[in-house]
Design a protein around this ligand. Structure first.
Ligand code: NHR
Ligand code: GAR
Length: 193
């Protein structure tokens, strides 16, 4: 069985899209894969309730209880490794990960970032795309490496920027595409793991 562990920090809509795609497309039969657990660094993340409602195991490793990134990442890795994952998926996960953590999961750690990388790594991507006058924006699924939002690109989706867009309207248009893109990119990756 290929176990997938999903890390979230917020509302978890990408996580929910992956869970629904796994059910709809029967990843159990097709890829011998399942979503084994959803882990959040925030106890109040909406994604935890969504996952629990789907019958998925949930877990919290609160980064505020640790005084270094290394200590947080070590505890996070311990909770992840309990599920012996073939793949670790960042879905709106908001903590930068240490090089040691990234090395542990090399080749089986992926992220979705709400910009057309290599443009706009880091935070506040939608406002930065608007400020730059971009006519197109989008999302990127990439392998996670030690360098933030810089790992090999696996898939991208493009949306137009419309004249009256705000960061919020652009984010919503991109998020709709993320929900299609991320499950597809993961399904494409599973046979290679
Ligand atoms: N870690 C590594 N090593 N490499 C990547 O490519 C990573 C990563 C951790 C998270 C997601 C990423 C995104 O898609 C991601 C990619 C958080 C921050 C950030 O600045 C930046 C990028 C991403 C996620 N976080 C602040 C921090 O100090 C905290 C912000 C907050 O809590 O709201 O960790 O954009
Ligand atoms: C998504 O747009 C995701 O790409 C982005 O946050 C949103 C999370 O939504 N990720 C980052 O900005 C990572 N730094 P979700 O929790 O509903 O999936």
């Amino acid at each position: 069985m290929q176990n997938i562990v999903i890390l979230v920090s917020g509302s978890g809509s990408n996580m929910a899209a992956i869970v629904r795609a796994a059910e709809r497309d029967n990843w159990r039969k097709l890829h011998d894969a399942r979503i084994a657990a959803v882990i959040s660094n925030r106890p109040d993340a909406g994604g935890l309730k969504l996952a629990a409602a789907e019958g998925i195991r949930t877990d919290v490793v609160d980064h505020k209880r640790f005084d270094s990134r290394e200590a947080f990442d070590a505890e996070l890795a311990r909770h992840i490794d309990a599920h012996q994952p073939a793949l670790v998926v960042l879905a709106g996960f908001m903590r930068i990960l240490t090089p040691g953590f990234v090395a542990r999961y090399e080749g089986r750690l992926v992220n979705i970032h709400p910009s057309l990388l290599p443009a706009f790594p880091g935070l506040h991507t939608h406002q930065r795309a608007l400020d730059a006058g971009c006519r197109f924006a989008g999302a990127t699924v990439h392998q996670v490496t030690a360098e933030l939002d810089f790992g090999p690109i696996l898939a991208q989706a493009v949306v137009p920027v419309l004249p009256d867009d705000t960061a919020a309207t652009l984010a919503a248009r991109i998020l709709t595409q993320e929900h299609l893109l991320y499950p597809r990119a993961i399904a494409d990756l599973l046979p290679a793991l």
